[in-house]
Ligand binder design. Structure first.
Ligand code: CTP
Length: 394
């Protein structure tokens, strides 16, 4: 169930602002009290009196007497900030930490994990590289960005960019505020991202893992009340601030840190794409081009970290990921056995590596099988953590 009782809604200057009184009413029916903040461009688009009446609270905007402290007071009062509609301009300001009005100042005063953004704009603006990069920045920092709808827009164009309908926004907001505490008191250890094996001072052996699945798993474990530690290989992944992140580079370092943390863990999820090999002879100086032909690198195996953890896991739950290039699930089942995992998450490299979405099949003992096709990594992560909690097949 949702624990959301107090929500600040920041309205920026999109025509969809006229739908916000209905949104407030729907939230009220679901037990959520709202306080409203208007940007200067939203002010002419929606009636302040209507907002005050339906929210039963004062409406906040720039230029009012208490402005200096409002952003602090509102951030203390609200459990979440919903920016809705969020224009391309307001999204860009939030992505860059610009605080030039009450709403954007407020966005800096909330923790990123408390912010939800419902974009609304013209299709070309939505698809522009600038907006898409800003959206990626928000998501990387843990801000929830709701999808946009497709249809006829206020500018008469048909395409992507419509704000979701109030009913859909309410269900997303309530769902994102669920906290079931099923992992309260549990310590969840996650390995994430690629590893890097140095060849010489300028070259490495690595892979295309982005760490996005690790971030999604960490976020979902936090939502379930767990204490979360991530051992992360080199990546640009940004983890929620309450996660303890231990950065490593090589597979051997990841092995050592994971073993150290495993002693205190209840659950370990091996989402990292670990390099199976490292070079035998690291070259202290840059390897020069061989003008007369090819060169050979000799590689030796790295430890299979998951298997070494599986061998000592005791009552802990161990989840592995099997990254394959075919649909053959038996390859994943063989890894489940070999590494002593409780569950193995089968995924295909071409449908997962580096992407926001993935298709997974969670395989467990006694024939347990759950497939989730083409979904956001956060939904896949939820499903993995549900298995950790309910332990089907064990
Ligand atoms: N893994 C590990 N140590 C390694 C390689 C992989 O701990 N040296 C873990 C991964 O984090 C993942 C699981 O083992 O949870 C399966 O990894 P994957 O790359 O799919 O398989 P490999 O065991 O490396 O086998 P192969 O490369 O032959 O498919």
């Amino acid at each position: 169930m949702s624990n959301l009782n107090r929500l600040v809604i920041g309205i920026s200057g999109g025509i969809a602002a006229y739908k916000i009184p209905q949104l407030i009413r729907l939230l009220k029916v679901n037990g959520v009290e709202t306080k409203i903040v208007l940007t200067p461009s939203a002010f002419p688009l929606v009636g302040e009196d209507a907002l005050r009446t339906v929210s039963a609270n004062q409406v906040y905007r720039d230029g009012l007497v208490n402005y200096d402290m409002d952003h602090i007071r509102l951030a203390e009062w609200g459990q979440k900030l919903l920016v809705c509609p969020a224009t391309a301009n307001t999204i860009a300001k939030i992505a860059h930490g610009i605080a030039d009005n009450l709403l954007t100042t407020l966005a800096l005063s909330f923790r990123e994990s408390q912010i939800i953004v419902a974009p609304a704009m013209n299709t070309v603006m939505w698809e522009s590289r600038a907006t898409q990069e800003n959206i990626c920045t928000l998501k990387r920092r843990g801000i929830i960005v709701l999808p946009v709808g497709f249809g006829k827009l206020a500018c008469d164009v048909t395409g992507a960019g419509r704000m979701l309908e109030p009913e859909e926004i309410v269900s997303y907001v309530l769902a994102s505020s669920k906290s079931d505490e099923t992992l309260k008191g549990k310590r969840v250890l996650i390995s994430s991202g690629p590893t890097e094996e140095p060849i010489d001072p300028v070259r490495v052996l690595t892979n295309k893992s982005s760490g996005k699945m690790g971030v999604a798993l960490a976020r979902e474990a936090l939502i379930k009340g767990a204490e979360v530690t991530v051992v992360s290989g080199p990546s640009n992944a940004v983890f929620p601030s309450s996660v303890c992140v231990r950065k490593v580079t090589t597979a051997q370092q990841m092995h050592d840190v994971l073993h150290e943390e495993f002693a205190n863990a209840d659950v370990c999820i091996m989402a990292a794409a670990v390099s199976d090999y490292r070079v035998v002879n690291y070259s202290e100086s840059k390897i020069k081009r061989n003008e007369s032909g090819s060169i050979t690198l000799e590689l030796c195996p790295n430890p299979d970290i998951a298997a070494t953890l599986g061998a000592i896991k005791g009552t802990r739950i161990l989840v592995g990921f099997a990254l394959e290039s075919s649909n053959d699930e038996s390859l994943a089942l063989a890894k489940l056995e070999k590494k002593g995992c409780d569950f193995i998450v089968f995924n295909r490299a071409d449908k997962a590596l580096g992407l926001d979405s993935t298709s997974i099949v969670i395989l467990g003992r006694n024939g347990f099988r759950k497939a989730i096709d083409c979904t956001d990594k956060s939904v896949a992560a939820q499903a993995v953590l549900e298995c950790v909690v309910s332990k089907p097949g064990r």
